[in-house]
Design a binder for this molecule. Structure first.
Ligand SMILES: [Ca+2]
Ligand SMILES: [Ca+2]
Length: 393
């Protein structure tokens, strides 16, 4: 019965695919298509140079530059923290044993403070054990100690986020926005009611004050009686694994689809993104179910019938990247590629490109921008994973 209803839903949905979605993940579609008005011929897509910054990692989740040519890298399953400099890596002393690890959940996203040079502060989201030992996800603020030898816990900014025992759909992604707030994308922890329940942290983007962990005062329900609701920025998400802020200030999320439709969403304050997998954990429902009460925000890009497991994303710098400049670069795990989404001024996807140069490294997790404008990408194959540096030739 279940299989039948899934197939029927898939067939029905085929008629409703947007042009952007149907063309999206196919590299062939990018190669031959003529340039649109938004991409003058003078801005051709340059060939890409891909170098290995460091290897010998195991499921590195995220990489962040911290100045002086140094990088911090998290490993999910081992919960190790690495400092990388000049192609060599050194382990930073970190309380890895306190990180709860299961399946997709462990030591995940990493974000440097904008004032890192002064305060040496950074943030992680990670699995943890709450009171009574039950698994949860937390956001923790750290300070990098003298000589970058160890990480010192400053405070737990937010705790008690839902985690499934098998670690599925644990999110998570951190991004400090230009106004200084900390945006945090979560997973639904495979509880069907979480995404639409504004009293749950699961299946949301949350916005908080990065120094104190308080809800961001501009949040849509900042004065709500229920604590979790004060943090909610958007809801109705399945498993947010990417967050990025465009030069125009707009906010974007990337999430894994169910059996179909990975999504890239433009985040609107208080917006509903339409994932409501009930009763139980019923994944045959659409990724954006417009039949729910109120308005659901349609994805700006979706993968269509086959998912590629889109994960981290970053906006490519405008300068030096030709037609890739200003694109949203989205890494894919199962799809083993980076999809470059070219957006027009209003944030509509006008073209996608999937360069062959980035299809040779297996599963790709996270994309960060390095000083100087190259992209840093983590692989996620398990055993001899790498941080790659990608730049235009
Ligand atoms: Ca959606
Ligand atoms: Ca509706």
């Amino acid at each position: 019965m279940r299989t039948l209803s899934v197939a029927a839903t898939a067939l029905l949905a085929l008629g409703f695919l947007s042009p952007a979605a149907s063309a999206a993940p196919d590299p062939g579609a990018a190669a031959g298509a003529g340039a649109r008005a938004e991409a003058p011929a003078s801005r051709a897509a340059p060939a890409l140079r891909v170098r290995t910054v460091v290897g010998g990692l195991d499921i590195p989740w995220h990489v962040q530059p911290i100045g002086g040519g140094r990088l911090l890298v998290t490993e999910r399953n081992s919960a190790r923290l690495w400092l990388v400099r000049d192609g060599a890596k050194r382990q930073v002393r970190f309380p890895s044993r306190q990180v709860w690890r299961s399946g997709e959940t462990g030591l995940m996203s990493l974000e440097g403070d904008p004032r890192f040079a002064d305060n040496r502060r950074f943030y992680t989201c990670q699995g943890a054990r709450g009171a009574g030992g039950s698994p949860q996800v937390q956001v923790v603020a750290w300070r990098l100690g003298p000589g970058a030898r160890r990480a010192v816990r400053v405070r737990t900014l937010l705790s008690g986020l839902p985690a499934a025992r098998d670690g599925r759909h644990g999110g998570c992604r951190l991004l400090v926005l230009r106004d200084g707030s900390l945006l945090f994308g979560t997973g639904d922890a495979t509880v069907g009611t979480n995404p639409r329940n504004l009293s749950s942290y699961g299946g949301k983007t949350l916005r908080l004050v990065r120094t104190t962990g308080a809800p961001w005062p501009g949040n849509p329900w900042a004065k709500a009686r229920k604590k979790a609701k004060r943090y909610v920025f958007t809801y109705g998400h399945r498993n947010v694994q990417g967050l990025a802020q465009r030069r125009d200030g707009t906010l974007w999320s990337v999430e894994h689809g169910s059996y179909r439709d990975d999504e890239v969403n433009r985040l609107i304050r208080g917006g509903d993104y339409g994932w409501n997998p009930v009763p139980g954990y019923n994944q045959s429902v659409p990724m954006t179910d417009q039949s729910l009460p109120g308005r659901q925000r349609a994805a700006r890009w979706r993968s269509g019938p086959s998912t590629i497991a889109t994960s981290g994303a970053a906006f490519v710098p405008e300068r030096g990247w030709g037609a890739y400049g200003g694109n949203l670069a989205v890494a894919a795990l199962a799809g083993q590629r980076v999809v470059f989404l070219q957006l027009d001024r209003r944030g509509k996807v006008v073209r996608t490109r999937v360069p062959d140069a980035l299809r040779r490294y297996g599963r790709l997790r996270s994309v960060s921008v390095a000083p100087g404008g190259s992209l840093l990408i983590t692989t996620s194959n398990g055993g001899n994973d790498k941080v790659l540096r990608v730049s235009p030739r």
